[in-house]
Design a protein around this ligand. Sequence first.
Ligand code: ADP
Length: 377
Amino acid sequence: MSVTQQQVLECLAKVMSPRGVALTNANVLSPITVSDGKVFFSINVDAAEARAWESVRAQAETAVRAIPGVSAAMIALTAERKAGQSAPPPPRPAGGVQPASAHRHPQPPGGASPMARQADIPGIAAVIAVASGKGGVGKSTTALNLALGLRDLGLRVGLLDADIYGPSVPRLTGIRQKPELNHDKKMIPLARFGLAIMSIGFLVEEDTAMIWRGPMVMSAITQMLRDVAWGTLDVLVVDMPPGTGDAQLTLAQNVPLKGAVIISTPQDLSLIDARRGLAMFKKVNVPVLGIVENMSYFQCPECGTRSDIFGHGGARHEAERLGVPFLGEIPLHMAIRSSSDAGNPVVESEPDGPHAAIYREIGAKVREQLKGAIAAA
Ligand code: ADP
């Protein structure tokens, strides 16, 4: 049975808002997207009222999930702060209330670490970001293979595909199922290759993901971080959206990150972009664990000969110059591309090969830097 927008509206008409009228009459709802049994919309309120609305968001989500035929519901609460208004209350640990204007104030008053406002996620020792200054540099491929490299080192690892504009983890892992809900109505991450995996791409089609904008992005990602039953993990690898715009900055600021890994290709342009990535994490006091040079050199699949077609070594020098660790160089190799595109990443498909060894070496350098957090947990 297919669910209609009308059914969702009828269900929301029974949810009372703090304004004393039904949710559907409170003039706060975004357009409702219903796609293949999955329902998405946001409740847009003033930041000063956000706290009062969180329980309404939760009630609405529970009610929508109870509609026969609904397989998933993601309802974001977005809070817009009016000009001249004082700061909204700090984000709550669950539920996804984020001030839309947060990105305009990357540093909280007094210069305290924004991390101080971020509650850790129970059960997860360290959340790390894999980021790039621009798309197409192999960020997602590296995030997944790095997660597998960390797994091979004996760690319990999760992967969150937060690349909301173009989630590629479903393709890279071959996962086609949707996550199910547990008894607490939390989404159960998909298990593949010994990793706990969650992606917005499991819930929406790629073109639907494109309509998530601004505060909705953050709200959806907060839910994927906090309303997912991750279990106990040593490391959760977050595949960030590419670039260094407002959405990325807000994300870097609002996810409780222990560190970030920057992926760059050797071309100068991409290094300039990588520098922007470094600056972004610096701004929000997230330590940069290091730079990885991807597609560093071309390795012929026939004869194994190495060619430095892009003028290799730029990222290593840049890392030295900027005083951040250089984590390693990954060749441009057919096996990495074809295995990724077939949903069977190279660390999994060729565990004894040279590429898997490189990802494990990078993983070991990352683990070394996180060992305090992992041991403390
Ligand atoms: P991003 O997440 O930065 O947009 P992807 O991880 O989706 O990039 O990679 C873009 C393309 O490049 C994919 O087809 C992927 O298989 C390929 N790719 C990534 N890294 C390598 C590599 N080291 N060698 C060969 N192909 C690669």
